[in-house]
Design a protein around this ligand. Structure first.
Ligand code: PLP
Length: 438
């Protein structure tokens, strides 16, 4: 059959990103997706799935938006590509940078484009080093990040990533990258003291850790971080690759915490994944210092920095988010999702802590939630597979001793669809608990 044919070709020729190579080569792909509409995707066998994860936290406006296809087609017909190097420019990149500046916190107004989150973070790391060089402090080049963070897989971003599985893979972390314990202000201060503030360029953090398991900071964490950064002349980079453009119920996740970063990195949601695009937004302060002090070339730029077709899709996507009020919908539906999780927590002995902000949420799984005792081996992967069998896509997270299910449905989701998610989880958990004889 066509399906078998594709499986064999996949096994032979396709090395999957972030995959078990051995399992992939032996078994082939578990699912071959063919189409999507709204929050649902369909596989080659015709089975439909509610995508409770927006693929990779990124199909924010849902599947099958012909307006986005049309925007790409119109731009491709007109001017598919044109470089933005040096003095060349074009309308889609100009208009999208202006639109992003409008959405971003007031003092962040200048945009550099990349093709994704990893490139954005690597650009930020180079940019902050360049900045301190120009300011006459070339020794200020260290980057501090947090444990459990995820910042991508390029050399800089993988070195900043706090999840050990990624950072230590192939022994690749670069020197000058440091991680501190999550939310420990003490650890941050201690590291700054030990290394010396004059050697530290920037602190990078996701406003809400995504890949690490939807981990929310304590209320005053970022206020303290901002104060420490200001005091020690350390730039604060917010990695908003997941949280940017509405996912958390605000334009940017950092807005929840009442502080303004010096740089915001973005990707995913800027185009709702319809086409690759990422970038960073820098503060007026950094921009004006760069303008004043830089007298050579800024030797950094990707061929596709400001790709016109990507930018045209980005513009249309941000227009959809605005017209359909999706940031507010994410906030309201996020509350609905969290209420659903709280109900699951009451109903199920294995559901411990539940949490969420906007449309990012997680439920923690325990053998005994009264003592926070975990199962001998994590149950999240098995449960995620069972949810998939029941038509719901989510992610089982087992990094560094955790055992949880994470959710991030498209921002277009409605109340009935949230109820459907809760109903499927409820059914699968019931089955699982019955299997335990509870
Ligand atoms: N930063 C964060 C917070 C992310 O979640 C991701 C990807 O999931 C990245 C960076 C890397 O982005 P990309 O995979 O587009 O390179």
């Amino acid at each position: 059959s066509r399906y078998q044919e594709l499986v064999e070709l996949d096994k032979k020729h396709f090395l999957h990103p972030t995959s078990s190579i051995k399992q992939q080569q032996e078994k082939g792909p578990a699912l071959i997706f063919t189409e999507g509409k709204g929050i649902y995707v369909k596989d080659i066998k015709g089975k439909s799935y509610l995508d409770g994860f927006s693929s990779l936290w990124n199909v924010n406006v849902g599947y099958g938006r012909t307006e986005l296809g049309q925007a790409a087609m119109d731009q491709m017909e007109k001017l598919a590509f044109s470089s933005c190097f040096s003095t060349f420019s074009h309308e889609p990149a100009i208009l999208l940078s202006a639109k992003i500046a409008e959405l971003a916190p007031e003092s962040l107004n200048t945009v550099f484009f990349t093709s994704g989150g990893s490139e954005s973070n690597d650009t930020a790391f180079k940019l902050v080093r360049y900045y301190w060089m120009l300011k006459g402090q070339p020794e200020k080049k260290k980057i501090i990040s947090r444990r459990r963070s995820y910042h991508g897989v390029a050399m800089g971003s993988t070195s900043a990533t706090g999840l050990a599985a990624f950072r230590t893979f192939t022994n690749s972390p670069l020197p000058d990258f440091f991680q501190v314990d999550n939310f420990s202000i003490e650890a941050l201060l201690e590291l700054i003291e030990t290394e010396g503030p004059d050697t530290i360029a920037a602190f990078i953090s996701e406003p809400i850790q995504g890949t690490g398991g939807v981990i929310l900071p304590p209320d005053n964490y970022f206020t303290q971080v901002r104060e420490i950064c200001d005091k020690h002349n350390i730039l604060f980079i917010a990695d908003e690759v997941i949280t940017g453009f509405g996912r958390t119920g605000k334009n940017f996740g950092i807005e929840h915490f009442g502080v303004t970063p010096d740089i915001i990195c973005f990707a995913k949601g800027v185009t709702s994944a319809y086409i690759p695009l990422g970038g960073l937004i820098i503060s007026e302060q950094i921009h004006s210092d760069l303008k004043e002090l830089s007298n050579g070339i800024f030797f950094h730029g990707y061929t596709y920095s400001g790709h016109p077709t990507s930018c045209a899709v980005g513009l249309k996507n941000l227009e959809i988010i605005e017209q359909e009020n999706l940031v507010e919908n994410a906030r309201m539906m996020g509350e609905e999702l969290l209420r659903g999780f709280q109900w699951l927590q009451k109903e199920h002995a294995i559901v411990g802590e539940v949490r969420g902000i906007g449309l990012m949420g997680a439920i923690e799984l325990y053998k005994d939630k009264t003592t926070n005792e975990r199962f001998e081996s994590p149950i999240a992967p098995g449960l995620a597979a069972e949810l998939l069998n029941n038509g719901l896509i989510c992610r089982g997270v087992t990094y560094e001793g955790s055992d949880m299910l994470a959710f991030a449905p498209p921002l277009v989701i409605n109340q009935e669809e949230i109820a459907k998610i809760i109903e499927i989880i409820d059914k699968v958990l019931l089955n699982f608990e019955q299997g335990l004889g509870r």
